[in-house]
Each structure stands twice: as structure tokens, then as C-alpha cells.
Design a protein around this ligand. Structure first.
Ligand code: HEM
Length: 305
């Protein structure tokens, strides 16, 4: 390949890196707004809002297309970035970086590659913990609530009215209503689900027809992951480690975005003397605010659970 060919193709790669990078920035905004519900809404209302949101994100066709574009962008951005970093290193004369680091644009790309690789590892482990369980393995439990009920009846021997308290298990359904699916056995204190779900669908035991579709309880999975106490389970001893790793990863993301935002505009040729100051300011503000808000989420969950 001619020298100009290599030059053109690396320009093209930088262009695609910038485009995918800016697309991932828009993903971050959407993802942050969705996840902030984890700390802005509390109790059963917060649990319901987040699970309904997660269901919508997984079932809306437009969002699904955006999700695939996100996965492709992450892969393309990472592969192109690593390729350019390796090419940069090979093209650099020996000792240059040590003699004149500030004038060496390759140094920035090398740091970006290291930061980007850490973020890639974060995204892989992060997706294994939530996305994989929700979308692939489908191991996220359904959204159940326990409702205290009072049953009125008559003692057959004494003919006296009797009231009996029991706990009904209801599943939150996509029709927006809670659907009774079982009860808590008073002898064993165990959940007895009578209308068994198949995936997320509840079938009527008599007719076999789908009576309702339930939501998955991703909210509880996230809360149990970062929270010190897990619902219905022993104390979560790994919560603090998870929170620290998330906060450190968000610092890495901060440095990556600090350089990446303005650099994307430059690679796309969208820089203009008049607007460069504004782009740089918005980029740096974004680089600080977005990772900071992401980092606050696990910290708040840890402190409040
Ligand atoms: C620290 C706060 C964060 C929380 C609580 C969080 C939570 C979640 C949850 C619950 C899911 C699964 C959604 C589903 O499958 O329906 C998810 C997916 C995902 N997260 Fe995060 N996330 C956080 C930060 C981040 C960051 C900083 C990034 C990127 C650097 C990221 C990248 C992703 C990606 C790529 C997916 C898959 C998205 C999709 O399938 O549409 N997350 N996150």
C-alpha cells in the first residue's frame, strides 16, 4: 500500500472512531438518565418505574436497533483505537517520546488506548453482571410483591364468623396491574407460586392461555449488587468492592472523555476557531459531570441499603 493510502486509511479510521465515540456519548446520556431513577425514585414506586423502564428498553424496536448500534460502536471504537495506537507506536522513532513528550501526539493516543482498554474491561464485566442476566441467561427473577390479605369465612363447627390473614404473591404485569399468582405458605414461610411463569409469561393452569406477562425485577438485582443488605438474602460482602471498582472505572472514563470529546470534533473537521473554546468547555464539563453522576449511583445505593 502506498504511503498516501496508509495516510488516507488512518484518517478514515480516526473519522470512524470519532463518529462511534460521539454515538457512545449519546448512549451515555440516555443510560445515565435511565439509571438515575435508581436513586431518584424510592420504594415500590422506584422499583416499578425502573423495571417498567428496563422492559420498555428491551422491547421497543427503535431502542433495540439503537442497542445493536451501541454494541457495534463499542467493538468498532475499541478495535480501531487499539489498531491506531499500535500503528502510532510502530511509526514513532525510538526515544522520541522520552525526548519530546509534549509534542508527541502519539502519547495522547497511547494513554487513550490504555484508558479505553480499562473501560472495555469495565463494560464487559458490567454487561456480564446485568445485561447478560436480563437479556441472555434470563436469570433475573420476576417482579413479585407480597400483599397482606384478609379472608372472611365461617367456622363449620361453631358457625361463628372467622377472619384469617394470609400473604398473597402478586406479579407485576405489563398490563399495569398486579396479578395474583400464589401465596406464602404459613407453615413453611415459603413462596408457593401456583400460576407458574414460562419465561415472563403467566399461563392460566386450566385453559393454558397466557393470562399475563410479567416484568423482570432488574431493580432488585442492581440493588442487591451494590447494596450492603440484600433483599431476602444474607449481607452482601462484595458490595463495597463493587462500589469501589465502579467509582475507579468512572474516574478512568472521566480522563478518557476529557481528551476524547474535543478530539472527536477535530477528527470530524468540525473545529472552528470561533467555536473551539465552546466545544472544549462543553467536552470538559461533560467529562466531569457524566462520570460523576454515574459514580454517585452505586455509592448512594450502598449507603442507603
Ligand atoms: C454506574 C452506574 C451504572 C449502572 C447502575 C448501570 C446499570 C446497567 C444495567 C442495569 C444494565 C442492563 C440493562 C438491561 O439489560 O435492560 C446495563 C447495561 C449496559 N450498560 Fe450500564 N450501568 C452503569 C454504568 C455504565 C457505564 C458507565 C457504561 C459505559 C461506559 C455502561 C454500559 C452499559 C452497556 C453498553 C449496557 C448494555 C446496553 C444495552 O443492552 O442496551 N453502563 N447497565
Amino acid at each position: 500500500m502506498s504511503k498516501s493510502g496508509i495516510f488516507t486509511s488512518s484518517i478514515a479510521k480516526k473519522y470512524w472512531m470519532a463518529l462511534t465515540g460521539l454515538f457512545l456519548i449519546t448512549f451515555l446520556i440516555g443510560h445515565l438518565l435511565g439509571n438515575l431513577q435508581l436513586i431518584t425514585k424510592t420504594g415500590e414506586e422506584g422499583r416499578r418505574a425502573f423495571n417498567e423502564y428496563a422492559y420498555f428498553m428491551g422491547h421497543n424496536i427503535f431502542i433495540k436497533i439503537l442497542a445493536y448500534a451501541t454494541y457495534i460502536s463499542i467493538l468498532a471504537h475499541a478495535i480501531l483505537g487499539l489498531y491506531l495506537a499500535v500503528k502510532n507506536k510502530q511509526a514513532r522513532p525510538k526515544n522520541y517520546a522520552y525526548n519530546k513528550p509534549s509534542a508527541n501526539s502519539g502519547a495522547a493516543s497511547r494513554y487513550m488506548a490504555i484508558l479505553g482498554t480499562i473501560i472495555l474491561v469495565f463494560i464487559c464485566t458490567h454487561m456480564a453482571n446485568f445485561w447478560y442476566k436480563q437479556k441472555v441467561a434470563e436469570t433475573v427473577p420476576l417482579h413479585y410483591v407480597e400483599v397482606k390479605k384478609v379472608q372472611q369465612g365461617q367456622d363449620p363447627q361453631t358457625m361463628q364468623p372467622v377472619t384469617q390473614e394470609y400473604t398473597e404473591i402478586q406479579a407485576l404485569t405489563t398490563m399495569g396491574v398486579y396479578f395474583p399468582v400464589g401465596y406464602i405458605n404459613p407453615m413453611t414461610n415459603e413462596k408457593e407460586i401456583q400460576i407458574k411463569p414460562e419465561g415472563t409469561k403467566f399461563k392460566d393452569p386450566q385453559s393454558g392461555l397466557v393470562a399475563a406477562e410479567g416484568y423482570r425485577d432488574l431493580h432488585t438485582v442492581v440493588m442487591n449488587f451494590f447494596g450492603q443488605s440484600q433483599q431476602g438474602q444474607p449481607t452482601n460482602e462484595y458490595a463495597l468492592i463493587a462500589v469501589i471498582l465502579y467509582v475507579v472505572s468512572m474516574f478512568v472514563l472521566m480522563f478518557h472523555l476529557w481528551h476524547g470529546f474535543a478530539s472527536a470534533f477535530q477528527s470530524l473537521g468540525l473545529n472552528h476557531r470561533k467555536y473551539n473554546g465552546l466545544i472544549s468547555f462543553v467536552g470538559k464539563a461533560f467529562a466531569i459531570v457524566v462520570p460523576l453522576l454515574f459514580a454517585i449511583i452505586p455509592v448512594m445505593i450502598y449507603l442507603n441499603r
